[in-house]
Ligand binder design. Structure first.
Ligand SMILES: Nc1ncnc2c1ncn2[C@@H]1O[C@H](COP(=O)(O)OP(=O)(O)OP(=O)(O)O)[C@@H](O)[C@H]1O
Ligand SMILES: [Mg+2]
Length: 350
């Protein structure tokens, strides 16, 4: 049985339909990322799970028991859902110490003093702040404040924790470090986590399961590898990674393969027609295009435009059949005729 199940969930704000029938299941102990661009409904879905928004149709079950079920008229208040919540603006109380920030909720619940001390200390130790309990938030770095917010949610030992863009206030380098320790902390504790982000690299790094949303609908749910290597739609393929999306003429589709024409040159690709998007797009990730030595199967003549140096590799820009093709390579390239190879299993034809 999944730890958390969402069934046909619909929610509207006034006349605006914001969640349009979401179905998803999350396994116990997994880190699930809700991924999508701004306005896709990530926060609304998370708040619905928490009980902070009320859908009008569908159900949400934890361990098989409904916390919300429109049909059965069940709608438990947030405090009875047994969830931890970390908000995007993590808002620590400035006049309370780190220890008291974490202890506050336990005190409200009337826990014993010794028990509170032990649990707060454990929680702070868990996020690497065991020695800083006596400080005030203003005496901490942004990254440390973020850890306090997470310790505060974990102190109740909730079986499920919901995090809404918890790393968005951190700079790029801290974010990268934080996603590793958050993931290992969650896994160590065996908690089920639902983590909202609009950053696909963050979702790939942190998740066991990625749920991609667009316009209040679920586009695809799967492992990070599924989403990156086997995107279900043109939208999913363009959302993940960095891509060349080329206009192509589709000459034929046969047995899962597709033959396309790009500026008079023929290329084989994988037939990915998704039924929803107009045909005639070829998508290939930047890292999948190869600089080739000469003409050959699935190769295109290309005119060199420019390069940028990225430190660990180069990004080259070429013109092919009137379109720009970007290529990542650890080799330099320069003016002159070139050939680009698009491996047929890496070129997706929609
Ligand atoms: N209280 C509200 N009243 C009316 N519309 C709302 C309300 N809250 C959110 N919306 C709308 O619902 C849609 C989904 O919003 P939501 O906050 O869930 O998006 P999101 O995916 O979390 O975006 P972001 O990445 O910007 O945080 C948006 O179009 C938003 O304008
Ligand atoms: Mg949001």
């Amino acid at each position: 049985m999944p730890k958390l199940a969402i069934e046909d969930l619909h929610l509207r704000y006034g006349a605006v339909e914001v969640l349009k029938g979401i179905d998803a299941q999350f396994e116990e102990g997994s880190v699930v990322c809700l991924l999508g661009r701004s306005g896709s409904g990530k926060t609304t879905l998370l708040r619905s799970i928490a009980g902070l928004e009320e859908p009008y149709r569908g159900a949400i079950r934890i361990d098989g028991r409904p916390v919300y079920d429109a049909g059965a008229k069940v709608n438990l208040p947030p405090e009875r859902r047994d969830l931890g919540f970390v908000f995007q603006s993590y808002a620590l109380w400035p006049h309370k110490t780190v220890f008291e920030n974490v202890a506050y909720g336990l005190r409200l619940r009337g826990q014993g003093k010794a028990d509170i001390t032990r649990r707060v200390q454990e929680s702070l130790d868990g996020v690497g702040l065991g020695a800083l309990g006596a400080r005030y938030p203003s005496q901490l770095s942004g990254g440390q404040q973020q850890r306090v917010a997470i310790a505060r949610a974990l102190v109740y030992e909730p079986p499920v924790i919901l995090l809404d863009e918890p790393l968005s206030n951190l700079d790029a380098k801290l974010r990268e470090e934080a996603r590793i320790w958050i993931r290992s902390l969650i896994k160590r504790r065996g908690i089920t986590a639902v983590f909202v982000t609009h950053d696909q690299a963050e979702a790939l790094a942190i998740a066991d399961q990625v749920v991609l949303l667009d316009g209040g609908k679920l586009v695809q749910s799967g492992t990070p590898e599924d989403l990156y290597e086997r995107p279900a739609t043109l939208f999913a393929s363009e959302f993940m990674g960095t891509n060349n999306t080329l206009s192509v003429g589709v000459a034929e589709r046969r047995d899962g393969r597709a033959l396309v024409d790009l500026g008079g040159h023929r290329l084989w690709g994988v037939d990915r027609a998704d039924g929803g998007t107009p045909a005639g797009k070829g998508v290939i990730r930047l890292e999948a295009v190869r600089l080739a030595e000469g003409a050959g199967e699935n190769r295109l003549p290309a005119e060199y435009e420019t390069s940028i140096y990225l430190g660990n590799q180069f990004e080259h820009l070429f013109r092919c059949g009137g379109q720009t093709v970007r290529v990542l390579s650890d080799r330099r390239a320069g003016p002159g005729p070139h050939w680009l190879e698009c491996p047929p299993d890496r070129l997706w034809v929609f």
